[in-house]
Design a protein around this ligand. Sequence first.
Ligand SMILES: [Zn+2]
Ligand SMILES: [Zn+2]
Length: 237
Amino acid sequence: MEKELEFERLANCKTCKGSGSKSGGGTKQCRTCGGVGQVISARGFFQIQQTCPDCMGTGQTISDPCGDCHGQGRAKDRTRIRLKIPAGIEEGSRLRSSGNGDAGTRGGPSGDLYVVISIKSHDLFEREGADLHCDVPVSYPIAALGGELAVPTLDGKANVRVPGGTQNGATFRLRGQGLKHLDSDRKGDLYVHVQIAVPTKLNAEQKEKLQDFAKALGEHNSPLQETFFERAKRFFT
Ligand SMILES: [Zn+2]
Ligand SMILES: [Zn+2]
């Protein structure tokens, strides 16, 4: 997508058009460095050469500094740009927008703007590279008997056939329903993870029917229970 960004940066001062001078002309030799642009300070036995803080290394100072930018030639400005965000971009990626950084001092070239991408989490989908994961609740009767399950996708909805005897945590893969890979046109997959939904508000009739069902079912009726009780028996004897 294309996203509009608004941010503050140092842009060329509008009053002096970046020159730093009120009249647009007047510069004079910097008194601090004598026009060299460097100052030397002594620190113990060492001499340290540094960029002159008064003329920023240019050797010249403005004789009639612009009142708005104090001779800097640049001032804070709110800027809007449109930035192209490529599909499949990763968390923490840096996008460079050239020339949209701070302006240089006294009309010097502008730096670049680096935009660091931070991806918001989604209510339904969890991302893993180009693949997506989604937990979908499935009613007990549908999990036991099988049926159609409507699952959310990035484009809308898809129907998944759930086979009878589907267990909690079972995973279905929907090919090509993930995110686009950043470097190709291929798409990742969507993994649907089944969560068996246990009802919490049963009325008297529903409870009775469920109790009847439990009696009819008998004790160990799922592969999960069979393996568990088999292992438990070996553990206790
Ligand atoms: Zn100015
Ligand atoms: Zn200087």
